[in-house]
Design a protein around this ligand. Structure first.
Ligand code: SAH
Ligand code: AVI
Length: 329
């Protein structure tokens, strides 16, 4: 990545430059085999987002039961002036897990950043979003990074003058365990430096029925998103999962403050992934995702341990979702 930047020099205005791709098939194979070998079978949620998975996630965001996207969009629209004053003009705006960059469009319009650096593991989502943004904001320099933020990653432009601001919307931070979230925030604290800031979208703790509905939608889109992980293993890793023999299962684990998504084996069976064979008991699950929910205070405490002060927090009108404005301390 750094090599490409040196060779071509600084980005020109209105240009999209693409860096990547870093998500090797080997890491997917290694992580899948390692996760399926654990006593509680597990698959990392970052592998949901192949081209089909990204489209299914965008469909989830349009579901009536899935309130987080609507709430975060409406709170961002409602407080845009204040958010822009908090961030300031002319920053370098880095977004982790940028996906379709729909919320970022609002920020870009209000902040006029010097450059926008979307980072996403899904090449399709990243390319589509960058192309749309280039048409909408022809003056903007876009440096798109196809990468995995859970591993060391070189981000272009972080040495540039001016304020560095990291945007992490969508409560994607909830898909990390609190320990992973701490490590991630430590990394971003190092990246933004002493003058930097972060905007983090965080889903709040709430009534378990509302949470349950959001992850068990009536049309089965979330189930299709979850099962697509097995379809992806079949496609890319020579797996033979029979998708009719697994069912989506999501519940709120109140003790740990998180939604857990699993895939339940409907019978005793064995499944091959390449040259590996995995045995399933009837009812045994693969744990595919956590979606941790944080009160404002809980999240501020997590951020403080990583060197950030919770300077601002904006909520939607129903108080379901929070956008935290963090500053480096
Ligand atoms: N920011 C958007 C999308 C959130 S969905 C929104 O708020 O609606 C989560 C996004 O994070 C997806 O686009 C997914 O591809 C990306 N993602 C998940 N894990 C990732 C990882 N480890 N590294 C980089 N991107 C990741
Ligand atoms: C991307 N992430 C924040 C979503 C969430 O709510 O945890 C992923 C998702 N999983 C099921 N529905 C949505």
């Amino acid at each position: 990545m750094a090599r490409e930047q040196r060779r071509r020099g600084p980005p020109r205005l209105g240009q999209v430059r693409f860096f990547g791709s870093v998500v090797a098939a080997d890491s997917f194979r290694e992580d899948a085999i390692a996760g399926l070998s654990l006593p509680q079978k597990t698959l990392p949620p970052k592998y949901f987002y192949d081209a089909r998975g990204s489209r299914l996630f965008e469909a989830i965001c349009r579901l009536k039961e899935y309130y987080p996207t609507r709430c975060e969009l409406s709170l961002t629209r409602g407080h845009l002036g204040e958010i822009a004053r908090f961030v300031g003009k002319n920053c370098t705006l880095v977004e982790y897990g940028s996906g379709d960059s729909v919320k970022s469009r609002l920020l870009i319009g209000a902040l006029h950043p010097a450059a926008y650096v979307p980072v996403d593991i899904s090449e399709d989502a990243l390319r589509n979003a960058s192309d749309r943004l280039r048409r909408e904001f022809p003056w903007l320099s876009i440096l798109a990074v196809n990468g995995d933020f859970s591993r060391p990653l070189k981000i272009p432009l972080l040495t540039r003058q001016g304020r560095r601001v990291i945007y992490f919307p969508g409560s994607t931070i909830g898909n990390l365990t609190p320990e992973e979230a701490h490590a991630f925030l430590r990394m971003t604290r190092g990246q933004v430096g002493p003058e930097g800031a972060m905007l983090v979208g965080v889903d709040l703790k709430k009534d378990a029925n509302l949470l349950h509905a959001a992850y068990n939608d009536a049309r089965g889109v979330t189930a299709a998103f979850n099962l697509n992980l097995l379809a992806r293993i079949n496609r890319e890793l020579k797996g033979d999962f029979d998708l009719r023999r697994f069912r989506h299962y999501a519940f709120y684990n109140a003790a740990l403050g998180r939604i857990e998504m699993h895939l339940v084996s409907l019978r005793r069976q064995s499944v091959n992934v390449g040259r590996y064979r995995f045995a399933f008991e009837a009812g045994e699950t693969i744990h595919t995702e956590n979606s941790c929910k944080y009160s404002v205070e809980e999240f501020r405490a997590l951020a403080a341990e990583a060197g950030f002060r919770g300077a601002k927090v904006w909520l939607d009108r129903k108080g379901l979702f929070a956008l935290h404005g963090l500053v480096a301390v």
